[in-house]
Design a protein around this ligand. Structure first.
Ligand SMILES: NC(=O)c1ccc[n+]([C@@H]2O[C@H](COP(=O)([O-])OP(=O)(O)OC[C@H]3O[C@@H](n4cnc5c(N)ncnc54)[C@H](OP(=O)(O)O)[C@@H]3O)[C@@H](O)[C@H]2O)c1
Length: 385
């Protein structure tokens, strides 16, 4: 017989369908269960649209399913405030469901409190089913809500020995076509794509999403391009980002470089330059740049596509919130091939940055491993009784 966790797992799958459509809202899914069977499903489909619980109740109505006495499973605590839509906690009380199973509490103080209302209304409420997975589903939301910076997903395509390019810098292609298509969908679901100066010079990327016209995310706006470099390109450099999309380009650089003649030349083209302070190790401190991207450029989620130097610095500065590592079934075994993560000096294994695997899935010939840091800054401790 299916368990609470099985039903919540389905609600989580549904929540994921909102990726790329609901930002800056969280992704939420819900299922309605009667006599041990899922009889209706819903998820938050679009920013400003009905919440998952309402979508689920509408699905029940469309299917002619009775709601009274059924159980609603929802990945996030039902909201308790009038925002763009009325409070879901009241809608649930009025719907006649007798039980509500909640994955995790809402960290947003404005929206939270639905749990109390449901209990006061006499409903049987269970909380904390697949709690970690449900928190992971809203991890990006929690970061831009509580830390005022975009959530960073770091994507790398690597060989089995952790290399992202050969010794000559050749990286076309490490991963299979299906993985590369998946990356374009990731680009279409964020507001910015970021690379380091090495990748800018080696690959001359556009950093746009290029999806088949019938892909659900194909109509999403193109992400901003963000490059981290102290070696500013010349305003007439033969770089696609400078030539074709200067208004969509933000360069995170040193304060001196931002104010230099080269910086001014780029600014004239419409390129935005954010001068950053230095971290104790002499690298640029990326947090102020990310904060400005959130405040000034409307970036809630950012996809970092490497290379190894930028990946290393993000991990070192505790800013890699999610890793999306595509492992191709290839081995270079070349000490001079480019490493997926580089630039840190860590003498002891005990000091390695720690991550946990959240999902491992097959994508074409590759494996996609999704990981999150062991210590998540800004994550609220569990507060439920
Ligand atoms: N397979 C993949 O998924 C993948 C993805 C991307 C790239 N690649 C490959 O990787 C290679 C490039 O790797 P890479 O490690 O050289 O490049 P990278 O990480 O793109 O660039 C490293 C550079 O970024 C700048 N940088 C990053 N973080 C910084 C910080 N905190 N402070 C100051 N500067 C910072 C520095 O730029 P400046 O030196 O410019 O000041 C640094 O030298 C290329 O061959 C490319 O094809 C592969």
């Amino acid at each position: 017989m299916a368990s609470d966790a099985d039903f919540m797992a389905r609600a989580l799958e549904l929540a994921e369908r909102g990726r790329g459509f609901v930002t800056p809202n969280p992704r939420v899914g819900a299922v309605l269960v009667r006599n041990g069977l899922i009889v209706a499903e819903g998820w938050h489909k679009v920013f400003g649209g009905p919440h998952a619980e309402v979508e689920c109740l509408r699905d029940a109505e469309a299917r002619g399913v009775a709601v009274a006495g059924a159980a609603m499973y929802v990945t996030l605590e039902p909201c308790n405030h009038f925002g763009k839509t009325p409070p879901c906690s009241r809608t649930l009380l009025e719907s006649g469901v007798s039980r509500v199973v909640i994955g995790c509490l809402d960290p947003n103080p404005v929206a939270g409190g639905g749990l109390d209302l449901l209990r006061q209304g006499g409903l049987d409420v269970t909380i904390g089913v697949l709690e970690q997975e449900c928190r992971d589903a809203i991890a990006d939301f929690m970061i831009y809500k509580t830390q005022g910076r975009p959530a960073v997903t770091l994507k790398l395509a690597m060989t089995l020995d952790g290399r992202i390019a050969s010794r000559t810098g050749d990286s076309g292609w490490v991963s299979c076509e299906a993985s590369r298509r998946r990356v374009h969908a990731l680009r279409a679901s964020v507001q910015a794509v970021m690379v380091g100066g090495g990748t800018l010079r080696a690959d001359n990327p556009r950093l746009t999403h290029r999806l088949e016209p019938d892909h659900a995310l194909a109509g999403n706006p193109q992400p901003l391009a963000v490059v981290v470099t102290r070696r500013l390109p010349a305003a007439d450099a033969p770089l696609a980002l400078v030539r074709e999309r200067p208004e969509a380009l933000v360069i995170l650089t040193g304060a001196a470089q931002a104010a230099s003649a080269a910086g001014k030349g780029l600014a004239k083209l419409g390129v935005r330059l954010y001068g950053l302070p230095e971290a104790p190790d002499g690298s640029l401190a990326l947090l102020p740049g990310l904060t400005r991207l959130r405040e000034e450029a409307g970036v809630y989620t950012i996809l970092c596509e490497g290379g190894g130097g930028l990946a290393g610095t993000l991990v070192g500065q505790g800013l890699a919130d999610e890793l999306a590592l595509f492992y191709a079934p290839k081995v270079l075994a070349d000490d001079r091939a480019r490493a997926g993560f580089s630039g840190l000096a860590v003498p002891c294994m005990a000091d390695a940055a720690g991550f946990r695997f959240c999902a491992v899935t097959r994508v074409g010939e590759d494996i996609l491993a999704t990981l999150r840091p062991l210590a998540v800054a800004g994550q609220l401790a569990s507060q439920h009784p």
